[in-house]
Ligand binder design. Structure first.
Ligand SMILES: Nc1ncnc2c1ncn2[C@@H]1O[C@H](COP(=O)(O)OP(=O)(O)OP(=O)(O)O)[C@@H](O)[C@H]1O
Length: 703
């Protein structure tokens, strides 16, 4: 061991080297004085080292190197510990000779041996220095410039560098602490604001996303036309799809009778569109899973149309499943400072109406029957389904490959590797926000359905036939479900009525929806018309009520007029029988009977009598028309002039010649009218209208 001192101010550093010059550690020694001789120095060393580190001081002192003068550390005056000539020789075999030994005369052989030893020593020192340089604790460029033999200077430089760095480090620590405090003081309120902004922004993004989805329709349908296979080309088959790339939402299928059937989709991919183009369209909806939305993407179509190619793809041209998961991992990496995500993958297939776990190991596990159960939160689950956690896309790919191997496929004449089951990949995502601690679990379903098959065309039998029947049955059930969901049918023919689906159904026939819209418009129109007619009717009723009232008042007046001042003249009065439209001849004998009877004197009796004699009219209009009609006039002229006159006089009094009366009638009529209004619970608007009608009626009467 070698000790060197690097003294700085009142703090000194003890550089402890292992072996020859390999720096082992640096100890800080406080208030160490070396000025009073070696003994004191030794004891000071011991004290200092004891105070700083659990090391054996005597051992250190004994191994203090006695270097040749030429190589003795030329420490500066502050850092020098010169070896004590009184000390015993170093124990270390590698230590150089002591200064005492250096002065003794040597034999020539001994000298050359000594020289060889020195050279070896020098070599080892060089190696050590080189090692220090290479693995230097302080790789200082200054140190690299130090000449090799000047080890003490090198160590000194290391020490100095160390001190400087320690000071700098301390300074940086303090500065860092200061900045941290300042940052906490200044940024905490800003952080809260930012956090709130972030939360609001996220909510807004969710809301907008929902709106977009709503506008576009939750169910989006894309169509992909695969290119003709080599086999089809060889057979001379031609493409039955008529598709204009400029109009990427409309597609026509050429039927066998050359007629065309038109279909509409959200987007149509032609045979030149690759896997990437297809995936890009699904990307926004896939991304939404990371915001907590449940998503299902499924491929549906006839056998051999390219469903498995689209969903699974091939290793050199991977499909939606792989790309979706790759994207999810990518985005989760980008959001790693804000969110923590966990991914779990399951794979299952529905084969002949049985659920099989495709990730199960061995035939026993694979044949284990699984069921769909409704969870307490209303979601559906398959208890017992394996759901390994995945941390990277490579793990996912491995799982997809393994699961795919377990899938039931068979050969039909429509597709050599036809899927005989519906395959489902379920990705469960558990997310947690670092900002507000919000947690969610969402699911992405990637479904490759078995192809619909025309049994006559694919000519299957036995097991394949059974499979085909199951496939077609389940697809038809799915068709019913989708149809019911899309048309908002109250009865959904499967369990899951909680599904939210968008208001827009892209696959809808537009002509049909236009028809429906027209019908709805008509209905609305007729409802409006109905309301208008009802209002008219009420108005008419009011009119009628008010006129009836006027008529009643007139009638009363007529009879009171007849009864009191004209009693005598009534002797010549013959009541009119029957309707005025066919007015009867006045009958004097009747009147005589009436005049002599006691009934005559009683106004009420008279009223009863007159009511029976004077025809009633369905409306005041009718009465007015009647009294002034020429037919009536015919009956009222000649011998019955008095009666006629009376009639006219009544009319004249009431309607023409009595200016005070109409006002009074109007008041009475008004009061009655209000009563009618109240009785009929009619509103002020009608009241106003009716009042106008009443006045109008009155005016007409006066005229
Ligand atoms: N877009 C495409 N480009 C090139 N080849 C395709 C494309 N789509 C499908 N193919 C090829 O057509 C063949 C049938 O496709 P695939 O097996 O995916 O059909 P499928 O609809 O899944 O049939 P099934 O319902 O019987 O399982 C495969 O050989 C596939 O590689």
């Amino acid at each position: 061991m070698i000790f060197y001192l690097n003294k700085k101010n009142r703090t000194q550093e003890l550089l402890i080297c292992k072996g020859d010059f390999e720096l082992e550690k640096i100890l800080t020694v406080h208030h160490l004085s070396f000025s009073n001789g070696p003994h004191e120095r030794n004891s000071n060393f011991e004290t200092a080292i004891k105070a700083n580190a659990p090391v054996s001081t005597s051992r250190y002192l004994k191994t203090l190197p006695a270097q040749p003068s030429s190589r003795r550390p030329s420490l500066d005056r502050h850092s020098a510990i010169t070896p004590d000539p009184m000390e015993e020789a170093p124990i270390s075999p590698s230590s150089p000779r002591s200064p005492v030994q250096e002065d003794a005369p040597m034999a020539p052989g001994e000298a050359s041996a000594q020289e060889a030893k020195e050279n070896t020593k020098q070599e080892s020192i060089d190696n050590i220095v080189q090692a220090i340089r290479d693995e230097c604790l302080v790789p200082s460029p200054v140190l690299k410039g130090v000449p090799l033999p000047d080890l003490s200077s090198a160590l000194l430089l290391i020490g100095r560098k160390y001190n400087t760095l320690t000071e700098a480090n301390q300074g940086l620590r303090e500065e860092c602490e200061h900045l941290r405090k300042k940052c906490a003081e200044e940024c905490e309120p800003k952080y809260d604001i930012l956090k709130k902004k972030y939360t609001d922004e996220r909510e807004e993004r969710k809301r907008l996303y929902n709106e977009v989805i709503e506008l576009k329709g939750n169910i989006r349908v894309y169509c992909r036309c695969r290119p003709l296979s080599l086999e089809e080309i060889a057979k001379g088959s031609s493409c039955v799809v008529d598709f204009d790339p400029a109009q990427d939402t409309e597609l026509r299928i050429i039927c066998t009778d050359s007629s065309k059937k038109q279909f509409k989709f959200d987007h149509i991919f032609g045979h030149k569109d690759d896997q990437d183009a297809v995936f890009k369209e699904t990307l926004p909806i896939v991304k939404s899973v990371l915001d907590g939305f449940n998503v299902c993407i499924f491929a549906y179509g006839q056998t051999g149309s390219g469903k498995t190619f689209t969903m699974e793809g091939i290793p050199e041209n991977r499909g939606v499943n792989y790309r979706a998961l790759e994207e999810l991992f990518k985005i989760s990496g980008q959001r790693s400072s804000l969110m923590r995500y966990e991914f779990y993958v399951s794979m299952l297939e529905v084969y002949n109406e049985k659920i099989r776990d495709l990730l199960a190991d061995g035939p026993d596990q694979l044949s284990k029957r699984l069921d769909i159960k409704q969870a307490s939160d209303g979601t559906q689950d398959v208890p017992g389904l394996l759901e390994p956690q995945v941390g990277s896309i490579d793990e996912v790919w491995e799982i997809l490959i393994n699961g795919g191997r377990n899938r039931s496929v068979g050969s039909t004449n429509a597709n050599e590797l036809s899927s005989r089951s519906h395959s489902l990949v379920r990705v469960t995502i558990k997310g947690e926000s670092f900002v507000d601690g919000q947690k969610f679990t969402s699911r992405l379903w990637l479904v490759d359905l078995a192809g619909s098959e025309r049994l006559g065309k694919i000519e299957v039998e036995g097991e394949r036939l059974k499979e085909s029947q199951f496939i077609n049955k389940s697809l038809s059930a799915l068709g019913d479900v989708i149809s019911a969901l899309a048309s908002k049918n109250p009865h959904i023919p499967y369990r899951v009525r909680g599904i939210e689906h968008g208001p827009v159904r892209k696959q809808t026939d537009f002509a049909e929806s236009f028809k429906l819209k027209q019908m709805a418009d008509k209905l609305l129109q007729s409802e409006k018309e109905n309301i208008r007619l009802n209002e008219g009717l009420q108005l008419m009723q009011l009119k009628y009520a008010s006129r009836e009232n006027v008529f009643k008042t007139l009638q009363d007046k007529v009879f009171s007029h007849l009864m009191i001042p004209k009693r005598r003249s009534l002797a010549s009065f013959t009541p009119i029988r029957g309707s005025l439209g066919a007015a009867t001849t006045p009958d004097k004998s009747n009147f005589s009977t009436l005049a002599s009877s006691s009934k005559y004197r009683s106004p009420s009796r008279f009223q009863a009598f007159s009511k029976s004699m004077i025809p009633t009219f369905s409306s005041p209009h009718q009465r007015l028309r009647l009294t002034s009609s020429p037919t009536n006039a015919e009956h009222l002229d000649g011998a019955h002039h008095t009666t006629n006159k009376l009639c006219f006089s009544v009319q004249k009094r009431v309607i023409v010649s009595s200016p005070a009366r109409p006002k009074q009638f109007m008041h009475q009529g008004h009061t009655m009218f209000n009563q009618v209004l109240r009785g009929g619970n009619l509103v002020g608007r009608l009241q106003g209208t009716a009042q106008r009608v009443l006045c109008k009626n009155k005016r007409r009467s006066v005229i």
